[in-house]
Design a protein around this ligand. Sequence first.
Ligand code: MRU
Length: 354
Amino acid sequence: MAFESKIKTIEWVDNYSRMVDQTVVPYEYKFVNITDGEQMFNAIRDMIVRGAPAIGIAGAHGAVLFAQQLAKEGLNRDEFVQKLIEKAEYMKTSRPTAVNLMWACQKQIEVIKNSASDIAGIIEELKQNAIKLENEDIEINKKIGDYGAEVVPKGATILTHCNAGALATVGYGTALGVVRSAFAKDNTVQVFADETRPRQQGARITTFELAMDGIPVTLITDGMCSYFMKKGMIDMVVVGADRIAANGDTANKIGTYTVAIAAKYHNIPFYIAAPLSTIDTSISSGDEIVIEERSREEVTHINGKIICSDKVNVINPGFDVTPHELIAGIITEKGILRPDYNKSIAEVFNTSKS
Ligand code: MRU
């Protein structure tokens, strides 16, 4: 059963992209208009838009924006196509870990390569494809939500890490899509949200969007999860994913791995919720996933204020990889994949080639 969420994170409007500025949530809930390709590259890199599926759509919008710009340069069709493919490839490099970005840019490259139209026609096809991907994202999330809701016990407390919600997608969310669908069936379900240092997506974004939708949420800091697990206060864990390897190893926001280990120790099921576009069957294990390194200021500062010695060394990987043995299931739009993931992932791709 679908819950109606009020949030639409990113949307193509006429000839530009409109998105929620996630750098200012929850202090402000405002939209920014992205009107050229380079601006989109920066919006992804600087996390104005974030979350794997949302940055995928942003990449698709970026390709349309670059196409609109190149159309003004007086190029012939062949030159236009070649330069546009280069720009779409460049857009893939705006962040390294979430594979949805590469996936969606590649979808746009296929549109360009397969088009028989003139320049104006190619732009229109790219626009229509971006809008299609946008609409599909919400539909896919609702399916993920409904499959996931089937494994949520009555009155469950669900722990989540980072934000895999409406604001990490076009709308509805993956992990929080499961929460929304479960809550629609049983309004005694509630969420515990990890703060998720360093950028605090759990505190800033997950609590904001759940409160906006009237879903009960309790904020905890990252180190608290095992304390509440031991007390029997967590029934299951559901998180999103940025890239899933063919064997089920899953990259998600830094700290996810720790939660998964704690869940295993306490015999609590740990689920990943993600669309099939997050599964990268070209890599056999999580060892091949490139982990984004982010700035030292994300760690040394909170809200612009330094919280440590300015001489301290900092390492700031944005993601970690949870080994497949810790994952009870991967909730997708085609159902819940179970171990052995090498088999279940291969099977789902064989039966649902898109
Ligand atoms: O760095 P972010 O905020 O883009 O990282 C997001 C996450 O790690 C999410 O948990 C993940 O993308 C899943 S989004 C549905």
